[in-house]
Design a protein around this ligand. Structure first.
Ligand SMILES: Nc1nc2c(ncn2[C@@H]2O[C@H](COP(=O)(O)OP(=O)(O)OP(=O)(O)O)[C@@H](O)[C@H]2O)c(=O)[nH]1
Length: 388
């Protein structure tokens, strides 16, 4: 069956137009960077659609006009896609590289059409720059693709690998033909197959972009459910899930987990004296102090108003006490700056050890709670460990 390049281009152009409208109108303001990335991709599809439609009606226009304007539209679409993808992935945008690639491709293609016309070299030149575009996208996706939690990045990466394969295949075919076609609209099998397959790429890439957008929104919801909005540390649910993971590992490795319950002393007086907003700022500084003292692998979460829980895997009692003492002393040393005044905050800490045999962290948490109560009764600003 002989496929006609003009008809295929008309289908591709309409498809890109519909995809552009879907991406633009189907997104809402849930995550600004993700939405901007998707909308920029929609603009790229619109330009791509313009390039395809020009090719579809090439017979009715001046060939030079089709070549120069069509390439401008397609190369601008490629450049915008590079930036749109990086916007979604929250990477540096690389506008400069994207624009330089577009200009390089356009200048070469124009030279090889106007000054020194040579179709095969023109295709080779354009393909080289398209391979560079796709490689930039692959580089942006590479790291994420190796993480298990994002399949969308893998799917997109494979779309660009296929695009590169198609470009290589087209050039090899053209260069090995005895009488290669002298333009993309010239009737030939290589042109038809190339236009057909290249037209599928925007569809696959747009599905990848949408999946990525979906993953970003899901990740946002996941974090929202597990992260305390004021302090940025885990909330109760985040702590519960982390403690289950830590306990399973402790069981496998026959290790124990240290639990610290840290409570700010007389925090009510901070609020009463300076107001709730300044009280919030003190809580942020307190968390920063705790975090600075933790080892890699330790985690901190907020269990209540001014109460924080630290989980420290693979520690013995002496190490846990040393960690608690470091945190207590660091907070005592800090001068919390509130409304221009220096405030002296202290914390009381209850410590307990959970071994891998415990069904969950609740018992250790209760022991740490009792130790914390004893620390408060002993006059505050001290560490107590549960002996049970
Ligand atoms: N600014 C601010 N205050 C909070 C927040 N959550 C709880 N609090 C305050 O923390 C204070 C806790 O008071 P108490 O439970 O009486 O404890 P305390 O004053 O720290 O006294 P001790 O724990 O006995 O040393 C209350 O005033 C709460 O309003 C918060 O998110 N921001």
């Amino acid at each position: 069956m002989q496929l006609n390049v003009e008809t295929l281009s008309l289908i591709n152009g309409c498809q890109a137009l519909v995809l552009a409208l879907m991406l633009w109108f189907g997104t809402h303001d849930a995550s600004r960077h993700a939405m901007n990335g998707l909308r920029l991709r929609a603009v790229a599809l619109l330009l791509e659609s313009g390039g395809d439609l020009m090719l579809a009606f090439a017979a009715k226009m001046s060939p030079m006009y089709v070549l120069l304007l069509g390439n401008t539209l397609n190369l601008s679409a490629q450049a915008l896609t590079i930036v749109a993808l990086r916007m979604l992935l929250q990477r540096s945008l690389r506008w400069r590289e994207a624009i330089l690639l577009g200009i390089g491709a356009w200048a070469g293609v124009t030279y090889l059409s106007v000054v020194h016309p040579n179709y095969l070299w023109r295709v080779l030149w354009g393909s080289f720059f398209l391979v560079c575009n796709s490689s930039l996208n692959i580089a942006a996706l590479w790291g994420g693709c190796r993480k298990r939690e994002t399949r969308a990045q893998c799917l997109l990466l494979w779309t660009y690998v296929l695009a590169i394969s198609l470009l290589v295949w087209r050039n090899v075919w053209l260069w090995t033909l005895a009488t290669p076609p002298q333009g993309i609209t010239a009737p030939s099998q290589v042109n038809s197959i190339y236009v057909l397959l290249f037209g599928i790429q925007p569809l696959l890439a747009s599905i990848g972009f949408l999946l990525l957008y979906n993953e970003i929104l899901q990740r946002g919801l996941y974090d929202l459910a597990r992260i305390d909005p004021l302090t940025g540390v885990s909330n109760r649910l985040g702590l519960l899930e982390a403690s289950e993971t830590l306990l399973a590992r402790a069981r496998r490795k026959h290790e124990s987990i240290g639990v610290l319950l840290i409570d700010a002393d007389h925090f009510k007086s901070v609020n009463d004296r300076f107001g709730h907003d300044d009280g919030d700022r003190v809580l942020l500084e307190l968390v920063a102090n705790i975090r600075r003292m933790l080892r890699a692998g330790d985690m901190v979460g907020r269990v209540g108003g001014e109460e924080f829980l630290v989980l420290s895997p693979a520690v013995k009692e002496a190490d846990l006490l040393a960690l608690a003492e470091r945190i207590r002393a660091a907070v005592e040393r800090s001068r919390f700056s509130i409304s221009g005044e220096r405030y002296h905050l202290t914390v009381s800490i209850g410590a307990a050890i959970a071994d891998g045999h415990e069904a969950d962290m609740m018992a250790a948490r209760r022991r740490a709670d009792i130790a914390l109560y004893e620390a408060k009764r002993a006059g505050r600003n001290c560490v107590m460990i549960s002996t049970h």
